[in-house]
Ligand binder design. Structure first.
Ligand code: RUB
Length: 322
């Protein structure tokens, strides 16, 4: 009989789906944690082959939660690749391989955020005003670090309709002592003349350097380009997408129309269609640099990051895909 997926794992998957757990980095770490829990709570036949099958099922469940952030499948593949790399002979070795690599992923991820924040902060000039969009934990860390260096006077944080992640950004920055001004998304161009740097996170970086991030990011980048304001993307290397190398498009998530207008209004206006795309693509020409834990790169060098950091994933593609 098929081994059941533990309830704690299902809870994490639900958390990602309903956006209780959100943001590309947190999603990736939560998925790694879920794989570790799944491995430790496996109660089926103590054989490597059935354990692998079960872990594959858990992986599919996690990957199916949200489509856009490649950090999720990258984290899952990273952890499961250890099952093949280690070539475990006993069931216990197989469990240990999963637990070890899940913990390694989480620790390296947290460390990457720290390195990126320090690197990004050094790029901020004295007396800067920064604008950020949505809630990126890496952007919040980078902005906080710049503030500690005494370089910030103000941060504009967009409210980020329809889910209002900007409120999380404003709250966290205020907790860190950073002066924040919350603006509606439509006020971005109005304030852009005051802004020195735009700092945003990423859900996925494509091999050509295009950045997929929260809907509205490309509009922010467009307004910044017009005003000659530098745009920095802060992103860990596990947000780079190996499959974009073979021309796969990044899937964009569309969410419930009820996030945009109340359900009652929709019922009263049945002929009005609502479109709720959750992410958009900012072309590389609109990005000055991508700041990663292995260095600051022009977006066009994304392909080099993929080759250096996700070589194992590229090998998998060559063998016929994931
Ligand atoms: C969040 C979002 C964030 C990136 C980066 O979208 O677009 O900018 O995920 O976040 P959602 P982080 O709220 O729909 O998940 O830097 O925390 O990984």
């Amino acid at each position: 009989t098929e081994q059941e997926v533990p309830s704690k794992v299902i809870e994490i998957a639900e958390g990602i789906k309903t956006m209780r757990i959100r943001g590309a980095g947190r999603i990736a770490r939560a998925a790694a944690e879920a794989l570790k829990i799944a491995a430790l709570e496996y109660g089926g036949v103590k054989e490597v082959s059935s354990f692998k099958k079960y872990m594959g099922k858990v992986a599919d469940l996690l990957i199916a939660t949200r489509p856009t952030a490649v950090s999720l499948p990258n984290a899952v593949m990273y952890v499961l690749a250890s099952l093949h790399r280690a070539n475990p002979r006993t069931f216990e070795d197989a469990v240990n391989a999963v637990v070890f690599s899940a913990e390694k992923f989480i620790n390296e991820s947290i460390n990457a955020v720290k390195i990126i924040a320090e690197t990004a902060a050094k790029r901020i000039r004295e007396n800067s005003t920064i604008l950020t969009h949505c809630h990126s934990s890496v952007a919040v860390s980078a902005i906080t670090e710049a503030y500690k260096l005494g370089r910030l006077v103000k941060v504009y944080s967009t409210e980020t309709r329809p889910f209002f992640q900007g409120r999380i950004t404003a709250k966290q920055l205020l907790e860190n002592g950073v002066p924040v001004v919350q603006i509606p998304d439509s006020a971005v161009r109005y304030v852009m003349h005051e802004v020195d740097h735009v700092i945003i996170g990423a859900d996925t970086v494509a091999s050509n350097g295009a950045v997929v991030n929260k809907i509205g990011t490309s509009q922010v980048a467009l307004a910044a380009k017009e005003a000659r304001v530098r745009v920095y993307v802060v992103a860990e290397t596990y947000k780079f997408s190996p499959t974009t190398l073979i021309g796969e498009p990044v899937p964009i998530e569309f969410r419930d129309p009820a996030e945009i207008v109340p359900e009652s209004w929709l019922r009263n206006h049945p002929r009005v269609k609502v479109l709720n795309p959750s992410f958009d693509v900012t072309p590389p020409e609109y990005i000055d640099a991508i700041i990663t834990e292995i260095g600051v790169i022009p977006p066009q060098a994304a392909i080099l990051v993929l080759m250096e950091r996700l070589g194992w994933a590229l090998d998998k593609i060559k063998q016929g895909g994931f």
